[in-house]
Design a protein around this ligand. Structure first.
Ligand code: PEP
Ligand code: MG
Length: 554
């Protein structure tokens, strides 16, 4: 077969060539399957199967750490939920065959979570995954999931459940290719954190035949099926060159001609800070404080917050730490901030707006931050999420300064704020662009909706235009403009952002070396040329292609 080239979205840089294997698919069940023993006998089998799946999840959790271990432990807890057993018992009593009864029980819970929306709806993939595993045990069939062939391979799937992406680090997977999913999907984020080249949203993967060699270029989004020997050799050489170039760069970020671009990391907890502290970075560009309180039913006290923030700041003495006040609501509900039911929570009370409903929560947090800042040697910057207007920026700045904070900023995540960035900056010391939400609100696409990934792409020229407006406002005011959304971790987009006037980039720890190396390879003029060309493009693919042609492979 001659080689074929197809395209998706490159979401984790690097190139790899290996045979591909498809992710083990879920088994179908039906009400027409044969019924087994009595309800009691079958219920006992269901309990055994669920227990086995939970044990397997815990076993896998013990072999990994961090986010992966947390996701797997949470899956084990779901498998032990008595509600699932009760729902399966009801289906068995209604005469359903055992595996189908389990399938229906899980689907019932999935429907409820989907109706809740936001963070809860995101758990549906995990829950379906546990249901599929339980069904496989009951039917005596192989587990759905990542194959274990004993040789390196590219994993091909529709999209991956968090529980499976969590196991990638422990597998023979050397690259990822999915037909669905977007730049902010679990697949993309985990692939980046593991350094696995990945292409998502590549609809043509159905054409692939099991075991065929495939070349996946996570930098360009290009996928070559059955590549020629010449192309394979070139890919091996490219991978080695990429690795050497990335390893050669270190220290503070800058372009080839020495324009500084501060390179910072994103963290969400005290543990993240402890891990990120020793990393070669200039500090923290986004501390998502709400991540520490996602499961809490009561508000953290002033003392508790002061202690946590002090622990975080201590890790970065002498370096910058940009702390974001609680970004609760919508996809990140905090149980102790009851916002009632909203029709469209992403357009409702979230981010800074929470301060209008719970003013004390905001002032307590600002006081805790000021105390932690005074107690440590870190360069503390504080910003508010989801700011829409200059008045909101002014109100937040006044509160923060009153609490004793000196560097006060806002996130630019709403098109209104980008369009009027100059007005916001009149009250602030800096701004930081949250490209995840800015993309979602610019193209009116739910950032959790994998099927609409093209519209969530930060390469959308409309999003680039808004970033350009913020960059220009920052340059005119002589104030820093950061980017702390996923866009900052794309090595091809980083020079474009700098060309648009961005002065710092904040990203996950593993993404930083490739971005540092990419910037070191281009001078500021080339960054500006790439930015102009990308903004002049008609769609995200064209923007990326023209920018890549100008900055070269990074
Ligand atoms: C963003 O929206 O880009 C951002 C950094 O904030 P979060 O992803 O936490 O909403
Ligand atoms: Mg955001």
């Amino acid at each position: 077969m001659a080689e074929q080239v197809i395209h998706g979205l490159g979401v984790s840089p690097g190139v790899v060539c290996a045979p591909w294997l498809r992710f083990g698919t879920q088994l179908a069940t039906s009400a027409q399957d044969p019924v087994g023993g009595t309800v009691e006998q079958e219920l006992a089998r269901v309990k055994d199967a669920l227990g086995g799946v939970a044990d397997e999840m815990l076993n896998r959790a013990s072999r990994v750490s961090g986010v992966a271990a947390e996701i797997l432990s949470m899956s084990a807890t779901m498998a032990r939920d008595p509600g699932i057993v009760a729902a399966a018992e009801k289906e068995l009593a209604a005469g359903m065959p055992t595996a189908h009864a389990v399938h229906l029980a899980f689907e019932g819970f999935c429907a409820k979570l989907e109706a809740l929306g936001g963070y809860m709806a995101e758990r549906v993939t995990d829950l379906r995954d546990i249901g599929g595993r339980t069904v496989a045990v009951l039917l005596g069939e192989p587990m759905p999931g990542i194959p274990e062939p004993g040789y390196p391979f590219v994993l091909v799937a529709r999209d991956l459940a968090p529980a499976d992406t969590a196991m990638l680090g422990d597998s023979d997977v050397v690259g990822l290719l999915t037909s669905e999913g977007g730049p902010t999907s679990h697949t993309a984020i985990l692939a980046k954190s593991l350094g696995l080249p990945a292409v998502v949203n590549c609809p043509d993967t159905d054409r692939l035949v099991d075991g065929t060699p495939v070349l996946v270029d996570g930098t360009t989004g290009e996928v070559v099926i059955d590549p020629t020997p010449g192309r394979r050799q070139a890919a091996v050489e490219q991978a080695a060159a990429d690795k050497a170039r990335i390893a050669a760069a270190s220290g503070p970020g800058h372009t080839a001609d020495g324009t500084p671009v501060h390179l910072l990391v994103n963290i969400g907890t005290v543990e993240d800070a402890a891990k990120a502290g020793p990393v070669d970075s200039e500090g923290v560009g986004l501390f998502r404080t709400e991540f520490m309180y996602l499961g809490k039913s009561s508000a953290p006290s002033l003392d508790e917050q002061t202690a946590s923030y002090t622990s975080v700041l201590e890790q970065f003495a002498g370096r910058r730490v940009v702390v974001r006040t609680l970004d609760a609501g919508s996809d990140k509900p905090l149980p102790f901030l009851d916002l009632g039911t909203e029709e469209n929570p992403a357009l409702g009370v979230r981010g800074l707006r929470i301060g209008t409903v719970f003013p004390e929560t905001l002032t307590t947090q600002l006081t805790a931050l000021a105390r932690a800042g005074a107690a440590t040697g870190a360069d503390l910057w504080v910003m508010a999420p989801m700011v829409a207007t200059a008045d909101e920026a002014a109100g937040f700045a006044a509160l923060a300064r009153e609490a004793g904070l000196h560097k006060v900023g806002a996130m630019i995540e709403i098109p209104a704020a980008a369009l009027r960035a100059a007005d916001l900056l009149a009250h602030l010391d800096f701004v930081s662009i949250g490209t995840n939400d800015l993309s979602q609100y610019t193209c009116a696409v739910d950032r959790m909706a994998g099927g609409l990934a093209q519209l969530l792409d930060p390469w959308q020229p409309a999003v680039l235009d808004l970033i350009a407006m913020v960059g220009a406002a920052g340059t005119a005011a002589g104030k820093p403009v950061g980017v702390c959304g996923e866009a900052a971790s794309d090595p091809t987009l980083a020079p474009v952002l700098v060309g648009l006037g961005v002065t710092s980039l904040s990203m996950s720890v593993p993404a930083l070396p490739a971005v540092r190396a990419a910037l070191a390879a281009v001078d500021i003029q080339r960054c500006q040329d790439a930015a102009d060309a990308a903004c002049a493009a008609r769609d995200p693919q064209a923007a990326r292609a023209v920018a890549a042609a100008i900055v070269g492979r990074v």
